[in-house]
Design a protein around this ligand. Structure first.
Ligand code: NAP
Length: 319
């Protein structure tokens, strides 16, 4: 099968197209013919061996994807050959024509979604759901800031928060990003590269119940000052260290919680997938695809996913 691979930790340009052996599956696994692979920042961390991620070589990047089941292990129940599915944390890499998937991380793909859209679901929407509901306990009517809302997780969070009846403020880094957020239904968009962009929210009367934070090393200190009493910052993204004043937490009975997709237990994953599916079927949630790359353009996708000026998800078309 065709696959994009790398033989040691390195830069995106070290990725190359190879003819690899089609993987075989164990009794408890599923083989999926990949239609499209999602490209997430974590793929670049794994490829380069940064942010505490490691892998074995040759390495085929890609945790997320969508496609058609072509083979089931003898112990697998609840799935069918020919079924359209999306998956996350697959075992062999989604930047390839076939991927070995675990039953715990493979879900039916809503009929309303293409494989390209399905490839955007695993990490972004599961993270968004867990951050909002599983970690920050956000509720209908809460005032929520999605701090860094133009990327894959941010747009998923905006869509989920709006659909749950929250009062959403969202931040962008570019005018195009701000326009995208307004088109998603956000009435108050702020610009996270402007100094003091949180100032108007930094009182108990105007502060947020929940902040979903995509770049905590830049923002956590100011986020804490923009919480109302009992407010919570859920840290989804972070690329460094930050100094905070714990008094900002004390003064508000506030909390900071971490969110790591890797910590979700299979039962919670399954509940999240079940909760999301009707929302995808009805079109309440719909991934925004910024760009679809050919498989051979994976290196470019790895470069682009780390650039500022996000406008949704990046996807590699495989099938
Ligand atoms: P992405 O698509 O690359 O988006 C990155 C987002 O960060 C964009 O909205 C970008 O906005 C925003 N951003 C840039 N500078 C910012 C700033 N100063 N303040 C606030 N936001 C800023 O990435 P993603 O897939 O949405 O993931 C977002 C982050 O969460 C990444 O660091 C990723 O590694 C992490 N993540 C963590 C988990 C977990 O389990 N904890 C799961 C998935 C992702 P502009 O481009 O408009 O400036």
């Amino acid at each position: 099968m065709k696959a994009m691979q790398i033989n040691a930790y390195g830069s995106a340009s070290d990725l190359s197209l190879v003819d690899a052996k089609t993987p075989s599956i164990n009794a408890d696994q599923i083989l999926v013919q990949v239609g499209a692979a999602g490209v997430n920042p974590v793929d670049t961390y794994i490829r380069s061996g940064t942010n505490n991620y490691s892998t074995t070589f040759p390495h085929t990047p890609g945790l997320d994807g969508a496609g058609t089941i072509v083979e089931l292990g003898s112990q697998v129940t609840g799935f069918e050959v020919g079924q359209r599915v999306y998956f996350s944390r697959n075992l062999s890499g989604s930047s390839a024509e076939f991927a070995v998937c675990a039953t715990t991380h493979t879900y039916p793909l809503a009929g309303a979604l293409s494989f390209e859209e399905g490839a955007c679901l695993g990490i972004p929407y599961t993270t968004a759901h867990r951050a909002l509901f599983g970690r920050a306990n956000a509720k209908t009517g809460d005032k929520v800031l999605v701090h860094g809302a133009t990327g894959a997780v941010g747009i998923a969070t905006v869509q989920l928060a709006l659909s749950a009846g929250m009062d959403v403020v969202a931040s962008a880094g570019t005018q195009a990003g701000a326009d995208l957020l307004r088109a998603q239904g956000v009435s108050t968009v702020i610009m996270h590269n402007e100094d003091n962009h949180l100032e108007a929210f930094q009182s108990l009367e105007t502060g947020f119940d929940v902040i979903i934070e995509m770049l905590a090393n830049h923002n956590l200190d100011q986020d804490l000052k923009a919480l109302t009493t009992g407010g919570c910052v859920a840290v989804v993204g972070n690329r460094g260290t930050v100094e905070i004043n714990p008094r900002d937490l004390m003064a508000r009975d506030a909390s900071v919680v971490g969110v790591a997709l890797a910590n979700i237990k299979p039962a919670e994953l399954s509940l999240i997938a079940k909760a999301l599916r009707p929302l995808f079927e009805k079109g309440v949630l719909k991934p925004v695809i910024r760009h679809c790359y050919d498989l051979t353009e994976l290196a470019q996708a790895h470069e682009d996913v780390l650039k500022s000026g996000a406008l949704g998800n990046l996807v590699v078309r495989v099938g």
